[in-house]
Structures are given as C-alpha cells and as structure tokens.
Design a protein around this ligand. Structure first.
Ligand code: HEM
Length: 410
C-alpha cells in the first residue's frame, strides 16, 4: 500500500476546475440557482400545506445549542497534539472556542423522524475576535450529485408532488445513466438512525485547509446503545434530550487529506474519499455539555438557532470551501435564507413556470397515450394468436338452424 502521508506533497497538489471554462461562466450558471431554490421552497410549502416558507433543505430542527441565558453552550477544543503542519489559523494546540450547533433532518419538509432521510449538523465556531466559521455536515460520506447543476436538478425534481413527475424531471435533467446512479445513491444514503449522538457526519465536499485540501468529519464518542426505544414523530429530539440529561455528548473532529484527482477528486462530489487512501487525523473535539433542553430558556435558544443563517462560506480564505458543489453554495444558501426570512421577493418567471408545467403535463399525456396504444395493440395481437391456435366448436341451434362459433378460451 502506498504511504501517501510520507510524501511532502500529501494533501497538496489539488486544483479547482470551473464549469463552463471560467469563474465568470460558472457564476452565470449559479445565478440561475437563486430563483430555482426559491421555487423549490415555494413548491414544498404548497405541497406540505406549510404555514410559512422554510429552509429548502434541513427544515426540521432536532436541537439548537448556543451561548444563551441559562444555557451551557457547546465548545470546540483543538487537541493539544494536533499535527504540526495542521496548526493553521484557529487550529492552534489547546485553543478553545464557543460553538453553536443545529441538528436537523435533511428534507425540506417536516416529517416523522422514522422516515428514511439524511441528518445534518451545522457547527458554528466563534473566535474572541468576533469571527465565525461554519462547518456543515450530513451523515453520508459523499454526495448524490456530481456537481451543483445535478444537485439543483434533483432539488427541483424532489419538490414535485408526484413521483412520476420527479422521475421525468430527473431523466430530462440528467439522462438515464445518471438518473439511475443518483436514485441508487439516494436510496442507499437515506435511512432511519437510532440517535444523533451516535451518528457520524461528513463534509462530503472538500475544503481548503491552508496549503492542503481536506474533507472533515464529526465522529461520535458514544456507541449505539442506550438510546430511547420509543419511535415517536420526534424520537431523535427526545433521545438527544435524554442523553444530554445524563452526560455531555462529544464528537471528534477529524480531517482527511487530498491524495490525487482519482482517489480524492475536488470537483466530483460523488466520490467518497476512502479511509484506506486518505486516513482520518483527529484535530479537535466538539463538546455539548450536560444540560436540560426541556426548559423554557432552552426552547427559546432552539428558536434562536433555528433562525440563524448558516453558510459554508462564513469562513476565511485559508479554510474556504472547494469544488463546484461548494462554490454554488455561497449564493444558494443566501437565497434560501433570504426567502424564508422575508428579505426577498416571490420567485420570478411565472410564465416559464407555467410553460414548464404545460410541458410536463403534455409529456405525461403523450407517454400515457403511447403506453395505452401499445398495451392495446399487444392485447389484440395476443387475442388473435390465441384464437387462431384454439379449435372452435360449432354449436347448432336446432330451432333456428343457425350456427354459432365460440372459442374455448372464452
Ligand atoms: C455536499 C455537501 C453538503 C452538505 C454537507 C450540506 C449540508 C447542509 C446542512 C447541514 C444544512 C443545514 C444548515 C442549517 O442547519 O441551517 C444545509 C442547508 C442547506 N443546503 Fe446544503 N449541504 C451540501 C450541499 C449543498 C448544495 C450543493 C446545495 C445547493 C447548491 C445546498 C443547499 C442547501 C440549502 C438551500 C440549505 C438551506 C439554507 C438555509 O435556508 O439556511 N446544499 N446543507
């Protein structure tokens, strides 16, 4: 096995490639996502009969913890023995920062926790100088989308009311092969989990870490046992509350470094960076202190956190997000947050929305008619075949003298 870690290039040598050939061309594509994400939010609101516009994704909060009256906030501790070459920026040995945490389901709809889904964590690390860094993670190591365009095609498809429309939108946007690949990936990663405290979360997309490119993960310290057996609508919240009443919940924060474009690509989000190629290195720990999240003050804190606008681009140049999926997130998160906070207008282009609705209805009608004609033809053909294969019996009606033929299969 190659020992990449021994190389002086380990983690370096990465580069970003812009879709469309230039940052400007890529930015023009991303600009169209602003209206698209708002349409997704509006569509989900209508479909779910929701009282207001929510996040396009990760709408349901399980727990929100921050520095607030009577509430012990979370802490982000940098390990005293963090590898020397990773001692960059805020990552200095034994440094401790105040942290804000929001746990969520990935769906843009509020649904029971037992529904298969991904789960997310948004972690905000604040410095004494008033800067903050947002680290967003979900509980799958890779993305279902290769790039942001695919991600948005899937977002619009999944917001549809009807599964058949979702499928047609995926097929039209991605083609047959990529639709099949994405459906398989989504089915594999969406699942029911026992507890947030025992779940692992990944950045899925890469980040710059000084001269290196890395992906990061939050690995739970607790094992899977000890959770609540009940499976109510909000069992993940209940389990989290129960665990936190007994003891702190902790996660190790680890990074894995870029190796090469094949094993650890920057621009293709579907490739998992395997631990065998890029081992995890522990550099920090997230500690959520023991506390009671059932109090009025804790509920107030949760609402406060729910109203925050997390964005992976809340960071500095030396820890900035990398790759096409990540580059799109700056504007898309801002658009989603602005729309739900009432800071932007209704999604534009009602004409194109109407035209696109008419297109899908026409396509569906054509497909259904074609299917109907095909099935009818087949039925008639097989009837003819059976009739010619079956001997007919002649029945004579003695009274009328007329003869009637019937097939044996009737
Ligand atoms: C591939 C890595 C990704 C990860 C790990 C990730 C994770 C997350 C998490 C944890 C949240 C919840 C944040 C919160 O608690 O407020 C979130 C929200 C969201 N994500 Fe992502 N996401 C990823 C990619 C993307 C991409 C590529 C897009 C679109 C181009 C996107 C669009 C959104 C939007 C619109 C929200 C809601 C923002 C808001 O209204 O505040 N995500 N994501």
């Amino acid at each position: 096995m190659t020992n990449y870690a021994a190389s002086t290039q380990y983690g370096r040598g990465w580069k970003e490639v812009y879709s469309g050939g230039s940052p400007e061309a890529e930015a023009r594509l991303f600009a169209t996502f602003t209206e698209q994400i708002k349409r997704v939010q509006a569509q989900i609101k209508e479909r779910e009969h929701a009282p207001f516009i929510r996040r396009a994704f990760h709408a349901k909060i399980h727990a929100g913890i921050t520095d607030h009256v009577g509430i012990a906030d979370a802490e982000f501790h940098i390990l005293p023995d963090i590898p020397e070459d990773l001692r960059i920026g805020i990552f200095q040995p034994s440094a401790t920062y105040q942290a804000t945490v929001r746990f969520s389901n990935a769906s843009g709809a509020i649904q029971p926790d037992a529904t298969p889904d991904l789960r997310g964590v948004a972690l905000r690390v604040a410095t004494d100088q008033g800067n903050f860094y947002d680290f967003l993670m979900t509980d799958a190591p890779a993305s279902h989308a290769r790039d942001a365009r695919q991600f948005m095609v899937a977002a619009e498809a999944m917001a549809s009311r009807w599964k058949i429309i979702s499928l047609l939108k995926l097929l039209a946007g991605l083609g047959l092969g990529e639709t099949w690949r994405m459906i398989q990936a989504l089915m594999k990663e969406s699942r029911k989990i026992d507890s947030l405290a025992t779940d692992q979360f990944w950045s899925r997309a890469p980040y710059r870490f000084g001269p290196y490119a890395v992906k990061f993960t939050l690995q739970p310290s607790e094992s899977a046992s000890g959770g609540s057996a009940a499976l109510g609508e909000n069992y993940l919240k209940e389990d989290f509350i129960e665990r936190l009443l007994r003891r702190p919940i902790t996660f190790d924060f680890k990074v894995q470094r870029y190796v090469d474009e094949v094993k650890t690509p920057i621009e293709d989000g579907t490739v998992e960076w395997k631990e065998s190629d890029a081992p995890f290195e522990a550099i920090a720990q997230l500690v959520i202190p023991q506390q009671d999240l059932r109090t009025a003050s804790a509920r107030e804190t949760e609402m406060l956190v729910d109203n925050l606008d997390f964005n992976p681009w809340n960071t500095t140049e030396e820890f900035r997000p990398l790759g096409n999926l990540n580059r799109a997130r700056r504007t898309v998160y801002q658009a989603s947050a602005d729309y739900r906070a009432g800071r932007s207008d209704q999604p534009a282009s009602p004409l194109s929305t109407r035209l696109s609705k008419m297109f899908w209805i026409a396509l569906l009608t054509v497909l259904l008619s074609a299917g109907f004609i095909y099935l009818n033809k087949r039925r008639r053909k097989s009837r003819l075949l059976t009739q010619s294969a079956q001997p007919a019996i002649s029945l004579s009606n003695a009274a009328s003298g007329r003869t009637k033929s019937i097939s044996l299969s009737q």
